[in-house]
Design a protein around this ligand. Structure first.
Ligand code: HEC
Ligand code: HEC
Length: 382
């Protein structure tokens, strides 16, 4: 065990080389592991699942906009650590989740008393820390038996000494405390620049529209996106700075039913043809029928990388998403999974569709959404 942990430590030291560490490797040896670095090691540690085969990053991978790289239209939700176990929902990005406010009832100037915020698509956890405690113990995700199992794996892991440097030598003495610290480390990584780089082409445009203009097509897409009589997108996917953080987050954190159809390929629907995900309405205690079918508006940052789309993965491409918004939901082109409480914003109360012109308007909207991918501003203004 000692031998293994020495090898592991030296790997950690290689990872931390940028910090100039590489000392003796003793817990108090003046190394410079930070909470963020420890959090990243935990986030990427596949041992922290029942079958040692799944980390947070398995379903929230950097190259896939911190969503699941393995989901497809045929298998639109993530498989857990245990083969054949699936959740009901399509993994959202974990990037920029730090900006999601705690779940609350708020008063919107236009919409009145409504719900907003909360981690998970139905807002059932308030903070990143609380959110991070769930996947380890969720039977269809990482499926560990209990907190102790997770803590033991961290304690026996290659970065146990770094974990103790950050949280104290006695951190493993109490399981609940250690488990809380694990969640804190993850949340710190989730708040890092690495997971919130804000370096898309759109961020350059926001810095200085004259200096870093969008292409003609991208600008046309933005114009539709922001047109209250056109795409209406920005009425929910906000493009003005969030009052709390000052950042442009592409969501108002409010809940809507946008009429997403059921997804016959979702394992939940295969197991039970009557399965319906009621979203917010179903998870409130007691359930609130007026909130049925509503999900929290997601950020659109990195949306190019996170297909398939929507809570159940029903839509394959961004073009499909635009088409979904554009068609007349009431006209039976699609049958929404929950055919009530549909957002009036989508069709001025009559669900008449958005009146976009295909393919030009569709292509323009998609081109605009591609400017939200992190890294696309590197070489332009970063
Ligand atoms: C098996 C795939 C899977 C694993 C493993 C997984 N997640 Fe997730 N994650 C999901 C799904 C699916 C959701 C949405 C679930 C829901 O809304 O009910 C989600 C939601 C989230 C959210 C909320 C994002 C939002 O917009 O509300 C965060 C943050 C997150 N996960 C972080 C993590 C962390 C941290 C870990 C590791 C401790 C982890 N996830 C492990 C699939 C996964
Ligand atoms: C009434 C509020 C509202 C409006 C208007 C709106 N959206 Fe959305 N959008 C949402 C909600 C809520 C979801 C999540 C729905 C779900 O998962 O069932 C969503 C999901 C999406 C997604 C999928 C994101 C993902 O990660 O799965 C994309 C892409 C998107 N919207 C783009 C647009 C575009 C483009 C427009 C304008 C044509 C638009 N939205 C207008 C509320 C809105």
């Amino acid at each position: 065990m000692k031998y293994i942990s020495i090898i592991g430590l030296s790997i950690v030291f290689l990872l931390l080389a940028a910090c100039g560490s590489g000392g003796s490797g003793t817990p108090t040896g003046g190394t410079t592991a930070t909470e963020e670095e420890v959090g990243k090691l935990i986030f990427e540690d596949t041992r922290l699942s029942e079958n040692n085969n799944q980390s947070c990053a398995s379903c929230h991978a950097a190259a896939s906009g911190f969503a699941d790289p393995d989901v497809t239209m045929a298998a639109p939700v993530s498989e857990g650590s245990i083969t054949g176990e699936f959740g009901d929902r399509n993994a959202p990005t974990a990037a920029y989740a730090q900006f999601i406010p705690a779940f609350a009832q708020i008063t919107d100037p236009v919409r009145g008393q409504i719900f907003a915020g909360g981690q998970f698509l139905d807002g059932r956890r308030d903070t990143l820390e609380e959110q991070a405690k769930d996947p380890f113990l969720n039977a269809v995700e990482m499926a560990n038996a209990d907190k102790q199992a997770v803590v033991d794996k961290v304690q026996n892991g290659s970065y146990a000494n770094e974990f103790m440097q950050v949280y104290g030598d006695d951190v493993f003495n109490n399981t609940d405390t250690a488990y809380d610290r694990i969640a804190e480390a993850i949340a710190t990584f989730e708040r890092s620049d690495e997971m919130n780089p804000f370096n898309s082409k759109f961020d350059c445009f926001l810095q200085d529209a004259a200096l870093y203009p969008l292409s003609t097509q991208e600008q046309a897409g933005l114009d539709i996106f922001d047109d209250p009589d056109g795409g209406k997108c920005s009425s929910c996917h906000t493009i003005t700075p969030d009052p709390v953080s000052g950042e442009v987050l592409l969501t108002n954190f409010q809940y809507f039913n946008i009429g997403v159809p059921r997804n016959p390929n979702n394992p939940a629907n295969i197991a039970n043809i009557n399965f319906v995900d009621l979203g917010l309405g179903g998870r409130l205690v007691p359930p609130v029928a007026a909130e049925d079918g509503k999900f929290r508006t997601p950020t659109l940052r990195n949306v190019e990388l996170t297909a398939p789309y929507m809570h159940n993965g029903a839509l394959a491409t961004l073009d499909d998403v635009v088409q979904h918004y554009d068609i007349d939901v009431a006209n039976e082109f699609i049958t929404p999974e929950v055919n009530r409480n549909i957002a009036v914003e989508l069709g001025a109360g009559t669900f008449t569709g958005l009146g976009l012109t295909a393919p030009e308007d569709y292509d323009a909207l998609v081109a605009f959404m591609r400017t939200l991918t992190d890294g696309t501003g590197v070489g332009i203004c970063f």
